[in-house]
Design a protein around this ligand. Sequence first.
Ligand code: F6R
Length: 605
Amino acid sequence: MCGIVGILGKHEVSPQILDALKRLEYRGYDSAGIATVHRGQLDRRRAVGKLINLSDRLVHDPLPGKAGIGHTRWATHGAPTEANAHPHQTGPVAVVHNGIIENFRALRDELTAQGAQFSSETDTETIVQLTSRYLAQGMTPVQAARATLKRLEGAFALAFLFDGEEDLIICARRGSPLCIGHGEGEMYLGSDAIALAGMTDRITYLEEGDWAILSRGGLQIFDAEDQQATRPAARIAVESVQIDKSGHKHFMAKEMAQQPAILKAAMEQYSSADGSDVTLPEGLDFANVDRLIMVACGTAYYACQVAKYWFERYAGLPVELDIASEFRYREPVLGPRNMAVFVSQSGETADTLAALRHVRPHIGQVVSVVNVVTSSIARESSFALPIHAGPEIGVASTKAFTAQLQVLALLALRAGRDRGRLSEADYAARLDELRSAPGFVAQALDREEEIRRLTESLSQARDVLFLGRGVMFPMALEGALKLKEISYIHAEAYAAGELKHGPIALIDQDLPVIVMAPHDPLFEKTISNMQEVMARQGRVLLISDAKGLAEAGEVPQALQMPSVPDLIAPIVYAVPAQMIAYHTALHRGTDVDQPRNLAKSVTVE
Ligand code: F6R
């Protein structure tokens, strides 16, 4: 989603802002812009589409100045046009904004009645119109920004730049993340530390409700009650913000390839010294929990859907599962002995965060499984469990998904042991199985060339159907989501047994049907469903192991996976789900890392 950058520098800042915006590209955007103050005058350049368009504009029409703000916009209010692109400017103030101003209609009506002329359809323009009105009433920039912030409702991160002020940026965080970078006689701000990676590794994260006054010589932070606040500056490990492709064609390819190493590292992080136990934060207690509530969005939701099987099977713990955007609107019944688990790669997904805030007053233990440990979801949960996947830049989640599965499996096994459902011997055996996952994932990755060949014909399809049973049903959903996201082919997933209740009407010789079926206790039933598809000329691709493929008989197309213990099958079968999407997208020539319309971190509801 939208990305924000601000720099008070020693040199011309436009090139630096452009670089920082490039590091934010992964979040997804459809227009971009920069504003600077030079010789006391605000000026800006904006362009629709990729950053190259803004960069071309700057070549022909440079933007001098040593103080500036920049933005990548993911359209919410108003189409991706130049007029709607940020920075927005009214008179002596320019603003970049991430999030949504929920009361913008009321503010816009009020300002219009007072004679304000709007030049965009955005909610953001109400901010600059308000600030400019306060400045016209004689307020200082700090007073005007503060007065504006008090009028705004919604979730946002903001940065203000003013005419005549070459050593001042004011920024605010309410709901959307913002961090400040410290340089030598320079000051930076960004939506995340990745944006600032090329400039500084000393970062201060603003807390919820904070606003700040930046100058080259210092930083003043105020909390939501306008009290001066101290927030620590921490050094960020370089590797935690490194965003090169390491020789791969795409970030997605690099991130898929990283999975064995990440799974191994995550396993080590959560293992006791002798490997016989799962170490969890002090106080996290499964023994007295009567129900698990799991909430997430998209791919993270499918990780929860797999984990539901694990928690119920290995720990005897009832699980209720919700898509975050639906959760709090159905008035869920919550109790003190419930434990809530929120799963999120970014830790900033607005719906997941809102769900967390909804349950917190009613529930004893609020657990999050996150990749970004400094995120709002991590900070607001009672126990944050990192997945240790490193920055995920490809918009389609891959390594975060398998790492989420790994951490959720560890949790389920530990819950099984603590609740007396798993004997010590079973616990040790299942942990050993989990320890074998990285090796099997590496073997699955070795099937890349075969997958590439299989996707040649798949890339011609208009629709694709994925089928699976048990834990393979969420994996089928994940396969369909990945394919839709990056190849733009319409794909759907069904529980294989559900097919004859309607969707079987879709089957004909033009519909590829991908069946995910390891040789597990549900294998035979899934294969019967596959036969029903083949009897109607459906173009089946069966993904199974050696035993499964041998028993299934003749199928139009097959992909062999290693034979793996049932527990880790979802982690291993994630690889073909990802690779099928990746190679289909390559055949179709789509933008794998930044698919159209998508944002990496979805910070609006
Ligand atoms: C799909 C994908 C999304 C995210 C979803 C939740 O490839 O990446 O579906 O899984 O937007 O994001 P997080 O995990 O950041 O909460």
